[in-house]
Design a protein around this ligand. Structure first.
Ligand code: ATP
Ligand code: MG
Length: 482
């Protein structure tokens, strides 16, 4: 039998704080049994710091919170949610959540339970995992006593996610718990007990009754973990991926023709996401990694000479981003634009590095990537998952060249936040032109000339260029512009 005494020793220290002393006295005064529960208790054992404290009261959570708030004084901020029977106190960076012990029952078509008052054990039984069902008594006489009817501490020690109730019921009642399960497995690097795993596979389709916002919330927690692929593989193996993100699922598989195969783009993508996760915490850069090859299935062609090709998958992929973001309820703002841009440009540095790196190509890349150039380079390096060490070394060496060149050119030409020194208004005034195609063409010609290095990135030079170009096309200059 595994010994968990050393874990229990951590409790005394964790609860030896003024706020728990205050809760204890208030609970005793009201005659309520009172327990710290859930993630807060779990995280003490896992030594993960956390400021969210959930407290279960066998009695009224609201009365408990109101009394405690008065006692803590002005620095405590109380919010009462009457219809849920819960109350929250914010106090010196802590968030305390009070709720009465409850029992739950569910209807088939909704994850919202019918709630009744219950005992502590009933409250623990309705929780998602045994490691989230640990309770520590806060009353004076039993202060710091662990109440663990479902052997959560043992599971915690064995790093196991197991449900207090039969898993088929737990996951069918509230299918969001399936996403939470995969999320905890990824965040905490815990295993999912076999029976629970099977129950998720069985209930995966029921995820459809959960709101998109809740699902993406959990998905983003998986994406934000240190090794996101753990969760992405679990989502796949449980069948959840098929339900929530079919485009990713479609990346799976290898086809062979004339003895030539291509890589499995799903596992390649997971590797790229993990590579990025080692380099950056930026969730949206991780999303760019997740979606960088998303259009490969549509773009796959067989060519007798070249073998498998995926022409334009970057371009088509970028076009798919808005619809995916919309369906998944991800933000449709500059975050999406950023992901879209990186997906669209992700082939550029690699093509550059295979070629002779010309100044003009580097200027164009800088112009299009702007301030996101460093993230783009990070993404492209993460994209090199070749198993051939020599190939890998060559790519990285060439990338170093591209990076150097980027630095040189940026210092010289300041293209990163490049604004054309001549705009459409100038061109319209110079030649008395209406807005339209002709103006756009002249504007592009100036842009190309500057990016190619044929014209310096300065106003006078650019004006001179556009005037002579216009005159060559038979336009008459009718005004001067400064
Ligand atoms: P974290 O705060 O890191 O996301 P947590 O375990 O604290 O993890 P919360 O969402 O804060 O998760 O919930 C607090 C507690 O409430 C959980 O530990 C668990 O006991 C319970 N809980 C939360 N959501 C559910 C659910 N959908 N089904 C059952 N119990 C849940
Ligand atoms: Mg929490």
């Amino acid at each position: 039998m595994a010994n968990t005494d050393h874990l229990v020793d951590r409790l005394a220290e964790a609860f030896d704080t003024p706020v728990f002393k205050a809760i204890s006295e208030v609970a005793d005064g009201l005659g309520y049994e009172c327990y710290a529960v859930g993630g807060y208790v779990r995280d003490i054992f896992l030594r993960r710091p956390s400021g969210d404290i959930d407290v279960v009261v066998v009695g009224s959570g609201v009365t408990m919170a109101e009394t405690l708030a008065r006692r803590l004084g002005k620095s405590a901020h109380l919010s009462v949610f009457k219809s849920f029977g819960t109350a929250q106190i914010k106090w010196h960076g802590l968030e305390l959540e009070f709720v009465g012990a409850r029992r739950e029952s569910y209807r088939r078509d909704s994850r919202k339970p019918i709630v009744e008052d219950g005992t502590l054990e009933e409250d623990q039984y309705r929780r998602d995992f045994t490691v989230n069902a640990l309770a520590v008594c806060l009353n004076g006489a039993r202060f710091g006593e662990l109440v663990d009817p479902f052997d959560g501490l043992l599971d915690l020690q064995n790093r196991l996610l197991r449900t207090p109730a039969p898993p088929d019921i737990t996951f069918s009642d509230d299918p969001l718990r399936m996403m939470r399960c995969v999320r905890f497995a990824t965040q905490l690097k815990f295993n999912i007990e076999d029976e629970a795993f099977e129950a998720i596979r069985k209930n995966a389709k029921r995820i459809e009754i959960v709101s998109k916002e809740r699902i993406i919330d959990e998905f983003n927690k998986i994406m934000s973990s240190s090794v996101p692929s753990i969760g992405l593989v679990l989502l796949d193996e449980t069948g959840l991926l098929d339900e929530i993100f079919p485009e990713l699922k479609r990346l799976q598989g290898v086809e062979t023709r004339n003895g030539r195969g291509h890589k499995d783009n799903f596992y390649h993508t997971l590797q790229v996401v993990d590579n990025i996760a080692r380099e950056s915490d930026n969730l949206w850069l991780r999303w760019a990694a997740l979606l960088h090859d998303i259009a490969k299935p549509q773009c796959k062609r067989w060519d007798n000479v070249a073998g498998w090709t995926f022409h334009n998958h970057n371009y088509i992929g970028a076009k798919m981003v808005p619809a995916i973001f919309k369906r998944l309820k991800l933000p449709l703002n500059e975050k999406m634009k950023y992901v879209q841009k990186l997906v669209g440009l992700h082939m550029r540095p690699i093509v550059l590095s295979e070629d002779i790196v010309t100044d003009s190509a580097v200027r164009r890349l800088l112009f299009e990537a702007g301030d996101d150039i460093d993230d783009l380079m990070t993404l492209c390096e993460a994209d090199i998952t070749s198993r051939n060490a020599e190939r890998k070394r060559r790519f990285f060496a060439n990338f170093e060249l591209v990076r150097q060149k980027l630095k040189e050119i940026e210092q010289k030409d300041h293209i990163r936040n490049f604004k054309l020194p001549v705009d459409g208004n100038d061109i319209m005034r110079l030649f008395g032109l209406p807005q339209g195609r002709e103006v756009g063409e002249l504007r592009n010609a100036v842009k190309d000339a500057i990016l190619d290095g044929r014209v310096p990135n300065e106003r006078q030079a650019a004006l001179g260029f556009v005037i002579s170009l216009g005159e060559e096309k038979g336009l008459k200059r009718i005004a001067d512009v400064e």
